[in-house]
Design a protein around this ligand. Structure first.
Ligand SMILES: Nc1nc2c(c(=O)[nH]1)N[C@H]1C(S)=C(S)[C@@H](COP(=O)(O)O)O[C@H]1N2
Ligand SMILES: [Mo]
Length: 408
């Protein structure tokens, strides 16, 4: 049966009257208070805003193009991050504010047997595929780097988990027929730099990865049409990999017969090719590779630094974890500086690439200051490191998190 997009999609996704430029101009009239982020290296105060289309209260990192961080308490609400609180990141300010769903076409070209120009209805006819996956910016937590590194000074809220619905990239590539000399597949979206000399944002994956049957083209996020800030009408989902590859407003797929040497692959988004992507501050001349799969992380969501809890009764702990490029095997906690570790109970398994909820209970404590640590081990046996890594891009941060509370 022919499934039409028109039942599922608004024919046109429009950003309310003023668009991104207008939002910039109207700042700070719409600022809704401020928040302090735990950033050791710099200004830590950020405005809160509710002024972006489809968004509830977000931490304003930059207006134009938008960089919006999820307030951390949102992660305490459940393993899926609501669309209206999901972080937003764009590189270039020229972002279409109106997209005609009828006229939209996804082009597939390059080293293929048949060039394609697919309408949204053509996409909807392919078998439907769904996966829960964490979308995490490569620079998530960059603002916590010491010494500080340039780039968006995110705290830990440049990540979110959603249920993505769409089609497998493999099915689209099979329709085009990938030629045997293909090595990579390059993705481009409708957004563009404002000046001609700046490099258009494009990212590539190796052919085998693109065809693995997990990488997908999503048209829905948490059961809703993909919001415009998250890439309406189509975006790439690369489960287990950092979201620099998750091209929004995906409009062009080019199959390459040689490795992609564009700026965003060859120069930007590269990590040291060293264990944990770790180097010494100031170190030069180390080999690099394009950033790729994620690493395990875990966060307490019900206890905040400096929080006071009652002495003499057990304290509930809960939070979220991700395995990275595989599932969560366990999350443990410690209240003695990491000498002894105790298990937590894992919540419902929503799939390998999803957040996983955990619950635990600290035994009753004597009055004083207590550091609570949590650590995730993933199903590949990789465990979070004690110490944070450092690299000049501010990537791959995943140390065991510590929350100091006061028992009184
Ligand atoms: N078209 C387009 N897609 C893009 C980007 C972009 O600038 N343009 N940024 C990437 C980066 S670096 C991140 S972190 C994610 C952010 O996704 P989100 O805004 O849906 O949270 O989008 C990715 N896809
Ligand atoms: Mo990112």
């Amino acid at each position: 049966m022919r499934r039409s997009f028109e039942t599922r999609l608004n024919r046109r996704a429009v950003i309310g009257g003023i668009g991104f430029g207008g939002l910039a101009a109207s700042f700070p009239a719409w600022a809704a208070g401020s928040v302090k982020l735990p950033l050791p290296g710099g200004p830590d105060e950020r405005q809160l805003t509710t002024a972006f289309p489809g968004k509830g209260e977000m931490i304003l990192q930059r207006t134009h193009p938008p960089l919006l961080e999820t307030p951390f308490e949102v992660f305490d609400q459940g393993v899926f991050t609501p669309n209206d609180r999901f972080f937003v990141r764009w590189h270039w300010a020229s972002i279409p504010t109106e997209i005609d769903a009828d006229a939209f076409r996804l082009k597939v070209h390059g080293a293929v047997e048949r060039e394609l120009s697919l309408s949204l209805n053509d996409i909807a006819e392919l078998p439907r595929f769904e996966i829960a996956a964490v979308n995490q910016c490569s620079g998530n937590s960059r603002g916590l780097f010491e010494p500080r590194v340039p780039g968006a000074q995110w705290a830990n809220g440049a990540m979110g988990n959603a249920l993505w619905t769409g089609v497998k990239l493999k099915d689209v590539l099979d329709k085009a027929g990938v030629k045997s000399d293909a090595v990579q597949v390059r993705f481009d979206g409708l957004d563009a730099p404002v000046v001609d000399e700046a490099p258009d944002f494009k990212k590539s994956l190796d052919v085998a990865h693109a065809q693995d049957g997990e990488v997908m083209i999503a048209y829905a996020m948490n059961g809703e049409q993909l919001p415009i800030l998250h890439g309406f009408p189509l975006r790439l989902i690369v489960p287990g990999w950092f979201s620099t590859y998750w091209m929004k407003m995906l409009s062009d797929i080019e199959v390459l017969d040689k490795p992609d040497e564009n700026y965003w692959m060859k120069t930007a988004y590269r990590i040291p090719d060293t264990p944990g992507a770790n180097v010494k501050p100031g170190e030069k001349g180390f080999p690099t590779v394009p950033i790729n799969s994620m690493v395990p992380r875990s966060f307490l969501t019900n206890l905040k630094a400096g929080q006071r809890v009652a002495a003499g009764s057990p304290i509930a702990l809960r939070g979220i974890a991700l395995g990275g490029d595989c599932g969560v095997k366990s999350v443990e906690f410690s209240s003695d500086g990491g000498k002894n570790w105790f298990p937590t109970q894992l919540g419902k398994d929503e799939g390998l690439y999803s957040f996983r909820r955990f619950d635990g209970s600290l035994p009753s404590l004597a009055a004083g200051s207590v550091e609570v640590k949590v650590r995730c081990t993933n199903t590949k046996g990789v465990v979070q490191p004690d110490a944070a890594v450092w690299n000049p891009g501010g990537f791959m941060r995943n140390p065991i998190e510590t929350v100091a509370i006061t028992v009184a």
